[in-house]
Design a protein around this ligand. Structure first.
Ligand SMILES: [Zn+2]
Length: 341
């Protein structure tokens, strides 16, 4: 089959499509013919490598799969069914799995990160990871409502438990997690302020339900810019994925009893935290990695109901995988970059 295989870490130009044996589906597994695979920042990390972290190379990247079942069954779904694949697999039997805390499963594997992913003609996963594709979406759109919206749902609805009327700040609001977080928080009835890096991202984020958008160009201070912009300058909840100095500024913008949820550190993982502020203001800092299968189901139900819309920025053929990575690294992206097969 055609597949992108990362044999060693490198630049986008090192990515190319090569030939790889078709994986076999074992008992309880499903083989999916991939129609579209959406990319994430995770793909950049897997390709570049992360100091101190060992990825199991060679690996087929790509976490967000939409396609058609080729072999095997998942509940009522069988060969020919249009499906999406949760971006991770678990054992399905341990205490973590049966209590809905899948992330704590010792066999938790992320597609395209710790097991072969979707930048290939076929992918094999346990049946429990396979869901019906929302009928209203195309394959590229369906691939765009998986890892990032799942993470956003886990952050906004489960971990931060955002309530109607709360002030919510979403950093990187035009990104994959950001666009979903804005929609989910606004859907709950919160008042959402989106933070973006450039002017052309303002309108799209407002269209997703943000009440206002603050443009913070790279290198400028977040707290300062938000405070000098019209509107609220303190928040009950911050949905954060940038890290670095952004994280420190977010802490400064929080109201007493505020909750900061973080799922990433694109600007760097080392931050300083003012403990005086943390305890005096009764703040909470909550770490998040993706979500659970039950949350995936909720997200797909929201999509089916039209309450969560995919934001697709670009769709390219698999052969242009290097270009797809380049687009994400450019940081001009609003929503998802998808490769199609
Ligand atoms: Zn488990």
């Amino acid at each position: 089959m055609r597949a992108v295989v990362i044999g060693e870490h490198g630049t986008p130009e090192t990515l190319r499509v090569s030939d790889r044996p078709v994986p076999a589906a074992g008992p309880g597994e499903v083989m999916v013919r991939v129609k579209a695979c959406a990319l994430n920042h995770l793909d950049m990390w897997v390709r570049r490598g992360v100091p101190g972290h060992k990825f199991p190379l060679p690996i087929v990247p790509g976490s967000d799969v939409a396609g058609v079942i080729e072999e095997g069954t998942a509940g009522a779904l069988g060969p020919g069914s249009e499906v999406v694949v949760a971006p991770f697999t678990t054992c399905g039997r341990c205490d973590a799995c049966t209590s809905g805390n899948d992330v704590a499963c010792r066999e938790y594997r992320i597609l395209g990160e710790s097991r072969d992913g979707g930048c290939a003609e076929f992918v094999v996963v346990p049946a429990a990871s396979v869901f019906q594709k929302p009928a209203r979406l195309t394959f590229p759109e369906a691939a765009s409502v998986l890892l990032a919206p799942l993470t956003a749902y886990h952050m906004v609805a489960t971990r931060a438990a955002v309530r109607r009327g709360e002030e919510v700040l979403v950093t990187a609001a035009a990104g994959g997690v950001g666009t979903a977080a804005v929609q989910i928080a606004a859907g709950i009835g919160a008042r959402v302020t989106g933070v973006v890096g450039s002017d052309e991202k303002r309108e799209p984020v407002l269209a997703l339900g943000a009440e206002r958008v603050v443009v913070v160009p790279r290198g400028s201070g977040l707290a300062e810019t938000v405070r000098s912009a019209p509107g609220k300058a303190s928040f009950d909840v911050v949905v954060e994925s940038v890290g670095g100095p952004f994280f420190e500024d977010c802490i400064r913008l929080m109201r007493p009893f505020g909750r900061l949820v973080t799922c990433g550190a694109t600007a760097g993982p080392s931050v300083s935290l003012d403990l005086n502020r943390l305890f005096f203001r009764s703040l909470s800092v909550l770490g998040c990695t993706m979500g659970s299968l039950w949350e995936m189901e909720r997200v797909l139900r929201m999509v089916e109901a039209g309450d969560l819309r995919p934001t697709v920025f670009a769709v390219l053929p698999l052969e242009r995988i290097a270009e797809a990575h380049g687009i994400i690294e450019d940081r001009r992206v609003i929503g998802k970059v998808v490769v199609e097969l």
